[in-house]
Design a protein around this ligand. Structure first.
Ligand SMILES: Nc1ncnc2c1ncn2[C@@H]1O[C@H](COP(=O)(O)OP(=O)(O)OP(=O)(O)O)[C@@H](O)[C@H]1O
Length: 294
């Protein structure tokens, strides 16, 4: 559906995208993960034909992006596009007009889209009276009103509380069920873990790793990770080495990669003679992979 081939982009002499290549299949949710400044928004702007790459190309359904691609792409940017004094309905009508929907389709699509983002009851409310979560849902509705095939969601839940995030995750899953292809950018690893079929980890404009969560997990040769609290960290690290446990610090937490699954009593026995305050077992998660790759 979306093919990004060897994109390069520099501002002055700073390389913002470096041979960026990624392909997204029809109907999948692809998560582009990256810290601030990794190049996510630049990539989106090039996909949306708002910015020109120095080299490389972007194809949607095997056609190069052009002004005509607007009809099949919907974008919900990080900063809400909404007009605060207009109602939900008026905002959607305005964007439906920009997309050139005729009067009848516009009426139908505005109502359908408000229902899809669960804002039908607030159709007549001005945006300024909505909660942050509702505004973000309406911002996503703007991306959906013209029935695009590819929807780009730039950090859709950043800054929202957990309840509002759950609502948006549900909405994103619903879009996928309808067959819409989704490019989601986020720096929230649990969001990518929950929603995305495939994930690309972007740093300094390069994809450092890409794949399904299961494929990315293979980058860490561990069945499980244990976080150990002890005042005798050096002794614990030396002991772990004997058993082939790789150690890592995640923040201040001392963790060990277990190459095989062990019973708790076996893990404890490996550290016999060392004063251990606690042992917490965790599956290998995207945050561990992200730390390793970046
Ligand atoms: N118009 C511009 N002129 C100069 N540098 C720019 C311009 N736009 C972006 N950059 C730089 O390009 C790099 C990538 O920016 P981009 O906005 O694509 O990152 P991002 O991954 O979307 O980050 P964020 O999550 O903070 O939005 C940054 O270092 C940014 O400062």
């Amino acid at each position: 559906m979306l093919k990004i081939n060897k994109l390069n982009k520099s501002y002055k002499n700073i390389k913002v995208l470096q041979n960026l290549t990624l392909h997204i299949d029809s109907g999948e949710i692809y998560g582009l993960l990256g810290a601030n400044g990794a190049g996510k928004t630049t990539t989106i702007n090039i996909i949306c034909n708002l910015l020109k790459a120095d080299s490389g190309n972007v194809q949607i359904n095997d056609q190069p992006v052009s002004a005509a691609s607007k009809k099949i792409i919907g974008i919900a940017p990080q900063e809400n596009l909404l007009y605060k004094t207009l109602t939900c309905e008026e905002n959607l009508k305005f964007f439906a007009d920009i997309y050139g929907l005729d009067r009848e389709t516009r009426q139908k699509q505005v109502q359908k889209t408000l229902a899809a983002v669960n804002l039908l009851a607030r159709a007549k409310s001005p945006v300024e009276n909505l909660s942050g979560g509702m505004r973000r849902r309406l911002n996503i509705a703007v991306a959906l009103v013209h029935q695009p095939k590819l929807v780009i969601l730039d950090e859709p839940t950043t800054g929202l509380d957990i309840e509002a995030r759950y609502e948006i995750w549900e909405l994103i899953r619903e879009l996928k069920n309808q067959g819409i292809t989704i490019l989601l950018t986020t720096h929230l690893l649990d969001e990518a873990e929950r929603l995305c079929q495939r994930i690309g980890i972007l740093k300094n404009g390069r994809i450092l790793a890409e794949g399904s969560l299961a494929e990315l997990r293979n980058l860490i040769p561990a069945q499980e990770i244990v976080v150990v609290q002890t005042a005798q960290e050096n002794e614990a690290i030396a002991r772990a080495k004997i058993y082939g446990f790789t150690h890592r610090y995640y923040g201040n937490d001392l963790a060990f990669w277990l190459p095989e699954t062990l019973e708790l009593k076996e893990i404890i026995s490996r550290f016999e003679g060392i004063a251990i305050d606690s042992i917490a077992r965790q599956p290998v998660r995207l945050e561990h992979i992200y730390m390793e790759v970046t």
